[in-house]
Design a protein around this ligand. Structure first.
Ligand code: PEP
Length: 253
């Protein structure tokens, strides 16, 4: 049995201490009795410490939205994964399509970050997904297989098992267009097949694969009811405690 995991990616949309406090103070009492779903919030770097103070006595975990692959050095404007650990961050989102597309992050770079995160026990949430033109050209599985092989290059079974994969079709992110549960399930099954080939059946069965792309309180349950979808990575609908709570509730099995 895989425990569903729901991540709220605030991106650059909610980030003052006041906004963070207001959202989380509402969310905490709503989710306090939920034990069967892992809940993770990814705020901007500037409020990680504030969010840690608010969440430290709760079960809600903190993710960073990105990190650098080195621990230290002359990398102006970058954030060391060690600094993240020191302020109570447990997870890190890597390879989000916005990082890939807007900031030109390659699979090789994401692989470097992934290896570093694993080496210092930051739990990676690694995003993969196809563009609309890939899907329309019938290339979805080809793209997913390529990203999978390159992003997870040279990982051991023990390492990959500490990773969460987020399948995020890029055409569904922030667009209001959600993949149908069947479209999402088909790719989740495909990713499990890749895991089985590269690792083994135990890895394929145990690794958590989230769906991401315009999840909202109305479509979450149908998506999470699919056997191979282990929760979701949520952008827009994670900004408000009421909609995020409904999505978390939809993941309870
Ligand atoms: C995301 O940022 O990973 C995401 C899925 O965003 P949204 O839910 O807004 O589509």
């Amino acid at each position: 049995m895989r425990k569903p995991i729901i991540g709220g990616n605030w991106k650059m949309n909610r980030g003052t201490p006041e906004e963070s406090n207001q959202m989380l103070e509402r969310l905490i009492p709503l989710v306090k009795d939920i034990k069967s779903v892992d809940i993770v919030i990814a705020p901007p770097f500037t409020v990680l410490t504030t969010v840690y103070e608010i969440l430290k006595d709760t079960k809600i975990k903190i993710a960073a939205q990105n990190m650098h692959f080195e621990e230290k050095g002359a990398y102006t404007g970058e954030i060391s994964p060690i600094f993240l650990r020191k302020v109570g961050v447990e997870y890190v989102i890597l390879g989000h399509s916005e990082r890939r597309d807007i900031f030109n992050e390659s699979d090789a770079l994401i692989n470097k970050k992934l290896k570093k995160a694993l080496s210092i026990e930051l739990k990676p949430i690694v995003c993969i997904g196809e563009h609309l033109e890939d899907r329309e050209a019938g290339n979805t599985k080809k793209i997913i297989e390529y990203q999978f092989n390159e992003t997870f290059k040279n990982l051991t079974k023990e390492e990959i098992l500490k990773t969460v994969i987020a399948y995020e079709p890029i055409w569904a992110i922030g667009t209001g267009k959600t993949a149908t549960p069947e479209q999402a399930e088909e790719i989740h099954i495909f990713i499990r097949e890749l895991l089985k080939i590269k690792f083994d059946i135990e890895t394929a069965d145990n690794l958590r694969i989230q769906y991401g792309g315009s999840i909202n309180p109305n479509n979450a349950e149908e998506l999470f009811n699919k056997k191979n979808i282990d929760g979701g990575l949520v952008g827009g609908a994670s900004l408000r405690s009421d909609s995020f709570f409904k999505i978390i509730k939809a993941a309870i099995k």
